[in-house]
Write a protein that binds this ligand. Structure first.
Ligand code: 3NM
Length: 210
């Protein structure tokens, strides 16, 4: 996977955007220069059934128009049905090696990790990139782990300097310089972009870090 594509990695579902239309938010983010998108439709009020599938398809079509990879969170069947560019799984979403076999070698596989050991396991299982977090406290994930801080990013960069890594959790343009300096290929964010009052400026500030 091309590490550049991970630089500004936006994650969103309907729960992440106040009163705005999520498709309008996504299109604005694409126009302003996000480099990767993860479809993450979670939470009590999340879309279900046909509405869920239609929302995913609409997000995918927007991403295609802007030549930005479309990655599905968690839902292997949806990723396969849509022929998504990638699938992202967490530590509780099943065994990465088994999932890799199911999706084949062409689909990008990302795995969320919260320790060096999980990172090693994900790499061995055939991940193309890992998420490392939460770097800072986050409001966007109900069951987030304790923050791992910049320290784990440095350890990961030392252990696996060339393996693609994205940092996640509580990241904003203001606190991400040290994160990028720690050696990650990308900054993965929900709220800093989905709830930004000025998306153009926020995304430009993230872009300036690379
Ligand atoms: N995964 P925000 S933290 C989806 O630690 C997600 O793996 C995390 O949202 C992990 O940018 C997180 O608003 C939430 O903090 C990120």
């Amino acid at each position: 996977m091309i590490s550049d594509k991970l630089n500004i990695y936006f994650i969103m579902g309907t729960a992440d955007v106040g009163d705005e239309d999520p498709l309008v938010v996504l299109e604005e983010a694409l126009r302003c220069g996000i480099t990767c998108f993860q479809f993450r439709e979670k939470g009590k009020k999340s879309l279900q059934g046909k509405a869920y599938a239609a929302f995913a398809k609409n997000c995918q079509e927007l991403c295609r128009r802007y030549h930005v990879p479309f990655i599905v969170n968690d839902d292997v069947d949806l990723a396969v049905a849509l022929q998504a560019d990638g699938l992202h799984i967490g530590q509780k979403d099943g065994d990465a090696a088994t999932i890799r076999k199911k999706i084949g070698d062409k689909m990008i596989l990302g795995v969320s990790t919260h320790s060096l050991q999980q990172l090693t396991t994900a790499i061995k299982a055939g991940a193309d990139y890992v998420g490392i977090g939460p770097v800072y406290a986050t409001q966007s994930k109900a069951d987030a782990e304790q923050p791992v801080g910049i320290r784990l990013l440095h350890q990961a960069a030392t252990a696996y300097p060339d393996f693609p890594k994205v940092a996640i959790g509580g990241l904003t343009p203001a606190n991400s310089s040290a994160v990028v300096a720690a050696g990650v290929s990308g900054i993965a964010v929900i709220s800093a972009i989905s709830r930004s009052q000025n998306r153009q400026q926020t995304i430009q500030q993230f872009r300036n870090l690379f």
